[in-house]
Every structure is written in C-alpha cells, then in structure tokens.
Design a protein around this ligand. Structure first.
Ligand code: GLN
Length: 202
C-alpha cells in the first residue's frame, strides 16, 4: 500500500504576527516563541495576509491610530473581523467598540466600551494580583484602561477587584494589563489555544 503522508494529521505551529509599529512588541514576540509559535513582527499592512493570529501590544493607542493611517486602519479592521486577535492595554483599546477619555476610533472587534487611563495618576502603574479562571495571577497595569461595559456574548476570563480585565468575544481577546511583562505564560497560552482550536482551552 502506498503511504499517504498527506492524510496524516499534523500539528503545525501557528504563525502569529505582533503589530510592531510602536510599544512593547518584543516582549510578546519572546513569550509567543517560548510557547512554540512562529512569530512575525508586523510593520507593513500586507504582512497581515500571511499570519494566523495577531497580537496588538501596549503602547499609546492614539499613536497607533496615527501610525496606521486610514488605509492601515481599514486593513487592520478587516483582519480583526476575520482572524484571532489579542490586544493588550493600548491593543485592547484599539479592539473595543467605544473608546472614551477622550473618544477615539475603535476597531469594533469586541463588544466592549473602554475608558483610557481610567485609574488616575496615583495608581498610574501598579502590579496587582487578580484572578484568571479563578486562579491567582500577577497583573502589571501601566496607565491602564478600564472596561466599562461588556456586551452580550463577551466572556470574562480574568478579573481584578471587581473589574473585568481579560475578556473574550469569539476569536478576539483583550487584556487591560501587560501579561508579557510577567513570567506567567497562561494568558498567551490561552490566546494560542484560541488560534489553534477556536477556543481558549481550559
Ligand atoms: N494609556 C495608553 C492608551 O491610552 C495605554 C497604556 C498601555 O498600553 N500601557 O493608549
């Protein structure tokens, strides 16, 4: 009998893009590579065509919007409505439906309203402990936004105090803190599960 290699199931590691216009994209690259993903630093819109999922890192969301320009924004919008995307901090702001303080454009990939720099000056940046799927986890907040409304079908994966801080809606995930700055890989792992299985496996 001829061997038919083609029919064997194969586990192919996904190619994940990290939007590398600005912000702390390299820490995401490292973490994703440690978890076995192939990583591409996305600097040009056409690179979106060859990736299975995308991470939008923290930074300054208004600067991202400027650097993307109108055409880049539209291309990114098409991508996030088709493929799994994970936004952290400024990335979460970009993915939201409504953005406040001040108002700015959102990609609308996830049905949440989010408020930029919501924690005020005093707790501008802090390391706090929250719960990810009911288990404690370190969370690094830097001029963090707060999710002020979550729409129907949005799942809360993590909380800090009473606030939802990691949410998922279909193939889109958003965190208001910086999981790439802690040693714990669980949040990125959940995103890779989402890319590979359509679900952040428990
Ligand atoms: N304050 C930033 C913004 O509004 C987000 C901060 C961050 O990504 N660490 O875009």
């Amino acid at each position: 009998m001829p061997t038919t290699n083609k029919q064997q199931p194969t586990t192919v590691s996904p190619t994940i893009g990290v939007l590398a216009l600005q912000g702390d994209f390299d820490a995401h690259r490292k973490r994703l590579e440690e978890l076995g993903a192939k990583v591409v630093l996305v600097k040009k819109p056409e690179q979106l065509d060859s990736i299975d999922g995308l991470v939008i890192p923290g930074g300054e969301s208004s600067t991202f919007l400027k650097l993307l320009g109108e055409a880049g924004f539209e291309k990114l919008k098409n991508f996030v409505h088709l493929k799994p995307t994970f936004g952290t901090c400024a990335g979460a702001i970009l993915l939201a439906k409504e953005v406040e303080n001040p108002k700015q454009l959102g990609l609308g990939a996830i049905d949440i309203d989010i408020r930029r720099n919501a924690y005020g000056r005093q707790i501008d940046s802090s390391i706090r402990e929250g719960l990810f799927r009911d288990a404690p986890i370190e969370m690094v907040f830097i001029r963090a936004p707060r999710i002020e409304r979550i729409g129907e079908g949005v799942e809360v994966l993590a909380t800090e105090s009473k606030d939802p801080v990691v949410v998922r809606h279909g193939k889109t995930m958003a965190a208001t803190f910086h999981p790439e700055l802690s040693a714990d890989p669980r949040i990125h792992k959940a995103f890779l599960d989402l890319v590979q299985n359509g679900n952040p496996v428990k």
